[in-house]
Design a protein around this ligand. Structure first.
Ligand code: NDP
Length: 407
């Protein structure tokens, strides 16, 4: 059983839908606001949130006549109030205000705050039974143990916004759970797809940031180069669709046109295709259960000519193996996987470790965590956040020895 609706069985939404965008000033938030802008008559904005970007938030609030806006950084409240003077938009600051924004009665919520800070607000939307378009990976990777259970209990509807999971969501509606054999998530392979191990080990930040197809933020682009992002997506898929690790495969597909596939018992494989543009999966979530007009480029397969596929290389990209292991281990191991990776990526960006050491730090942190007997089921956001913090500390303490170690 999953809170992701596998058939279009929900009542059609009311003519004007109220929406809230958590993380409205980010990359996913920006794409979401773009789609709302193009269909103003169908949506009314209830609440918008940001971390510290007051001016961008106030601009959006004015443009969309939002009822409420929240800024996570409490020291920016006065500035926000000033920027919204003369409007009827209410505002708040701090984590509680972000949670309040999520708890307000919007039909549809985009959960696109980055990092573990996105967990509590997403849960606030889930707990009131909202339809939640989920972009934030941490909700599932750090707290998948209970996030989807809470959604089921509250009768919330989780719509996967990440492109691969949205593709699976679309393909899954072609059959029943009992008919499903496996899902396949595609990966571009990143900039180091064809590189030798020794070159990957020494890759520079500039090289890691050259994603062949997608334009994304720094952290997720580095995760794509190491294939940590694909590992995170395997974990996401497992929790979202209640799948065993053995039911999830990864396939390298350098063109990033096929985003996900589902194999059914009759050996039919149903795929979702589209140009690599996040506005397509977001538009699918925004329109669901209908479809709205999307602004992405139309797919011209004749022009693309060839779609190619390769098996992933678990040796050159150990991140994938680590993700499957963490998923099988459970009891907080995926939370540790994510936390250690964040510490490792930050250290790589700061020039403290080599690219190849990112996976080594993640592996060492998980091993130390298990050895210390720290594995335990997570049952609340506070549990997940506590594990996230301790795992970060553990990873930071292991960093100097990993930095010194040769591959
Ligand atoms: P960005 O960094 O571009 O935006 C993050 C948003 O969250 C901004 O609005 C930011 O506000 C806000 N924010 C950051 N920290 C906090 C905090 N502590 N409290 C409240 N709000 C905060 O991220 P993306 O849009 O790229 O990604 C959002 C999520 O979606 C991530 O979990 C990512 O992994 C996932 N995702 C992203 C994809 C992409 O293509 N970008 C694809 C698939 C998933 P401010 O602007 O003020 O800093």
């Amino acid at each position: 059983m999953s809170a992701v609706p596998l058939r279009n069985n929900k009542a059609a939404p009311s003519a004007v839908r109220t929406v809230t965008v958590l993380g409205a000033t980010g990359s996913i938030g920006d794409s979401t606001m773009d789609l709302l802008r193009a269909a103003r008559e169908r949506y009314r904005v209830e609440a918008l949130t940001a971390n510290g970007n007051v001016q961008a938030l106030a601009k959006l609030a004015k443009e969309f006549d939002a009822r409420f806006v929240a800024i996570a950084d409490p020291s920016r409240l006065a500035e926000l109030k000033q920027a919204l003077a003369g409007t009827r938009t209410e505002c708040g600051a701090g984590e509680s205000a972000i949670i309040e924004a999520a708890a307000r009665p919007a039909d549809w919520v985009m959960a696109a705050v980055s990092g573990a800070a996105g967990l509590k607000p997403a849960l606030a939307a889930v707990d009131r039974g909202a339809t939640v378009a989920l972009a934030n990976k941490e909700c599932l990777v750090c707290a998948g143990d209970f996030f989807m259970e809470r959604a089921l209990k509250a009768n919330a509807c989780i719509l996967p916004a990440d492109s691969e999971h949205n593709a699976l969501f679309q393909a899954l509606s072609s059959g029943n759970r009992e008919e499903l054999v496996r899902v396949i998530i595609t990966a571009s392979g990143g900039p180091f797809r064809t590189w030798a191990p020794a070159d990957i080990e020494q890759a520079t930040l500039a090289q890691a940031l050259k994603h062949p197809n997608w334009s994304m933020g720094q952290k997720i682009t580095i995760d794509s180069a190491s294939m940590m992002n694909k590992g995170l997506e395997v974990i996401e898929a497992s929790y979202l669709f209640a799948l065993a690790p053995e039911e999830i495969d990864v396939l390298v597909h350098p063109q990033s046109i096929v985003h996900g596939m589902v194999e059914f018992s009759d050996r039919s494989v149903v795929a979702q295709l589209g140009a690599p543009d996040m506005r397509t999966p977001i538009a699918h979530c925004l329109g669901w259960p209908d479809r709205i007009k999307g602004p992405a480029a139309r797919l011209d397969l004749a022009k693309i000519g060839q779609l190619t596929f390769e098996a992933p290389d678990f040796e050159r990209f150990p991140a994938l193996r680590l993700a499957y292991d963490a998923l099988r281990t459970g009891r907080g191991a995926t939370t540790v996987f994510n936390a250690a990776n964040e510490v490792a990526v930050a250290a790589f960006i700061a020039g403290k470790i080599k690219f190849g050491a990112i996976a080594r730090l993640v592996e060492a942190t998980i091993e130390a965590w298990i050895r210390a007997g720290n594995l335990a089921p997570l049952s609340s956001a506070d549990d997940a956040i506590a594990v996230d913090h301790s795992a970060r500390n553990k990873a930071a303490s292991l960093l100097p020895q990993i930095a010194l170690k040769a591959s």
